[in-house]
Design a protein around this ligand. Structure first.
Ligand code: SF4
Length: 190
C-alpha cells in the first residue's frame, strides 16, 4: 500500500469540512487496490453505503460488480472506487456545488497517491466535477477525455442503468473500450 494513504484516510475519516458531516453515519473513504491502475469515481454514498461504511454496496454496487466481473476486473485487484463527496447527502440528493468543491481536494489527493492510468467517471456529477460543467454524460459517455493527463472515460452511473435498462447496451460498449485501453496501457494479456 502507498504509505501516505493510511494517513490520508485517518484525516478524511475525521473530516467535518462541510454540512454533510452532521447527518452522516460513516465517511466513505473508498476501497479497492491502492495500487490499482483503474480508479472509479461515483457521485456520493447512498443510504446503504452510509450504513455500512463502504462504497457501492446497494443495488447500484451489485450492478457495478457485475459489470466489473464481465470486464475481468474485481474490486480487490484491479480498481479503487471512490466518490466526488465522501459523506451521504440527506435523502440521496445530488451534492451541492459547495459540498463538492469542499470535498474534492480529498479525492484529488487520493488520485495523486494511487496514480491510476485510467479514470472511470460514473454519471453526470462525476463528469461535471472532474471534467467541467460544460460536459454532458448523454453526449460524452464512451468517449475518452484527458483529465489531469489521465485517460478518462465517462459512463452512465449504474443507478441510471437500473432506472433505464435501454442504457445497458451503450454501457457495455463503453466498458469494452475501457478493457481495450487497459490492455494497451497496463496488461496486454488481460
Ligand atoms: S462530504 Fe467531504 S468535505 Fe464534507 S464532511 Fe464529508 S469528507 Fe468532509
Amino acid at each position: 500500500m502507498n504509505m501516505e494513504l493510511p494517513a490520508l484516510k485517518n484525516e478524511i475519516l475525521k473530516c467535518t469540512k462541510c454540512e454533510l458531516a452532521r447527518t452522516r453515519n460513516h465517511v466513505i473513504f473508498g476501497e479497492g487496490n491502492t495500487n490499482a491502475k483503474v480508479m472509479i469515481i461515483g457521485e456520493a454514498p447512498g443510504r446503504d453505503e452510509d450504513m455500512l461504511g463502504r462504497p457501492f454496496v446497494g443495488r447500484s454496487g451489485q450492478l457495478l460488480d457485475k459489470i466489473l466481473e464481465a470486464c475481468g476486473f474485481n474490486r480487490e485487484e484491479h480498481v479503487f472506487i471512490s466518490n466526488i463527496v465522501k459523506c451521504r447527502p440527506p435523502g440521496n440528493r445530488v451534492p451541492t456545488t459547495k459540498e463538492a468543491e469542499v470535498c474534492m481536494p480529498w479525492l484529488q489527493k487520493q488520485i495523486d497517491l494511487i496514480d491510476p492510468e485510467i479514470l472511470i467517471l460514473l454519471g453526470a456529477t462525476a463528469l461535471k466535477y472532474m471534467a467541467g460543467p460544460d460536459h454532458r454524460i448523454t453526449r460524452e459517455h464512451g468517449q475518452w477525455l484527458q483529465v489531469n493527463s489521465r485517460w478518462t472515460m465517462p459512463v452512465y452511473h449504474p443507478a441510471a442503468v437500473l432506472r433505464d435498462p435501454s442504457l445497458k447496451r451503450d454501457t457495455w460498449e463503453d466498458y469494452k473500450k475501457i478493457v481495450f485501453k487497459y490492455r494497451e496501457l497496463v496488461n496486454p494479456e488481460h
